[in-house]
Design a protein around this ligand. Structure first.
Ligand SMILES: NC(=O)c1ccc[n+]([C@@H]2O[C@H](COP(=O)([O-])OP(=O)(O)OC[C@H]3O[C@@H](n4cnc5c(N)ncnc54)[C@H](OP(=O)(O)O)[C@@H]3O)[C@@H](O)[C@H]2O)c1
Length: 269
């Protein structure tokens, strides 16, 4: 009798655009692992763990807007996720739900190509900014946060970061500028005034945009200014690679990682 396939899910709302199923399923297929990965549209953020258990899933990813809820409901939170207070990965082990954040190490792997970085300015103060800021802080890199409004800066202040809103920003030199806002995702907006951005770029070396699949006005401007730039594709890929390794308790080889990368270029199914 054939063994039942193990189930993995991604919880989100919306979730139909997610490329995670094709990324994970391409690796399961390539490695002949008897498992599948599916989308799950969740409406009630209070029911992530209950739904995960009820669905009898072995592992899951959690995406917008449920990463903080998922953190609060986990039985055990592992590693840097405790500082970030948001998780994107669940694993069932010994009847307990273990939770991890692979966005943070995924980002660190994605910026490796830039080489040595000592100071970073993060634009935006949402969930992604938290993961990135805490990951950089762990490596003793100096991080400052610039956000449109003050409300979301509270977390960063508590964690000891220097923060600015558009009203009190002071120009400085930064090795790397990161766009973690959603400006440019579904519009052609800049994350801050174009002239401010131009001044920031004059004193920077590298530019990273968490948005992937399009060149945002932010990234285009940086490229035209002659800075070394990168979009969010590798961050998405590596958070997926690290989640997959946790799901399967394996270390992925380069060939499988490249298959996962290729799957991201395909349209969402
Ligand atoms: N590559 C990857 O793997 C990956 C992973 C996660 C997320 N992302 C991308 O990262 C971005 C942020 O995600 P998130 O989960 O952190 O979102 P979030 O928690 O909703 O935070 C959004 C942030 O963007 C700011 N913002 C939104 N629209 C803006 C605008 N027009 N101008 C200036 N600031 C604006 C908000 O400022 P206020 O506080 O003033 O509202 C807030 O700080 C999204 O584009 C997402 O697609 C990529």
């Amino acid at each position: 009798m054939s063994q039942e396939k193990e189930k993995f899910l991604i919880f989100g709302n919306p979730v139909e655009h997610s490329k995670s199923p094709q990324m994970h399923n391409s690796a399961f297929e390539h490695l002949n692992i008897n498992s599948y990965y599916d989308k799950y549209l969740l409406t009630d953020g209070k029911k992530i763990k209950d739904t995960f258990n009820h669905e009898n899933a072995k592992g899951a990813n959690i995406t917008v807007p449920f990463k903080e809820d998922a953190f609060r409901q986990a039985d055990e939170v592992v590693g840097i996720a405790n500082e970030i207070e948001a998780v994107n990965t669940y694993i069932k082990k010994d009847n307990k739900v273990f939770a991890y954040n692979t966005d943070a190490p995924g980002f660190m792997k994605a910026i490796k190509d830039f080489g040595k970085i000592k100071s970073v300015l993060i634009l935006g103060a949402g969930g992604t900014a938290k993961a990135i800021a805490m990951a950089l802080k762990e490596e003793n890199i100096e991080v400052r946060i610039l956000n449109r409004s003050a409300e979301k800066l509270a977390f960063f202040k508590t964690q000891g970061f220097k923060t600015y809103t558009w009203g009190n920003f002071q120009m400085n030199h930064y090795d790397l500028i990161v766009n973690s806002t959603s400006a440019g995702l579904k519009d052609e907006d800049y994350p801050i005034k174009k002239t401010t951005l131009e001044s920031i770029f004059l004193n920077a070396k590298f530019v990273f945009d968490c948005i992937y699949g399009k060149e945002t006005p932010f990234l285009k401007l940086a490229r035209l200014e002659g800075l070394k730039v990168k979009d969010g594709e590798d961050m998405l890929l590596y958070q997926g690679v690290l989640a997959f390794e946790l799901f399967t308790d394996t270390t992925l080889d380069n060939q499988t990682i490249e298959i996962m990368r290729k799957s991201l270029k395909e349209e969402s199914l």
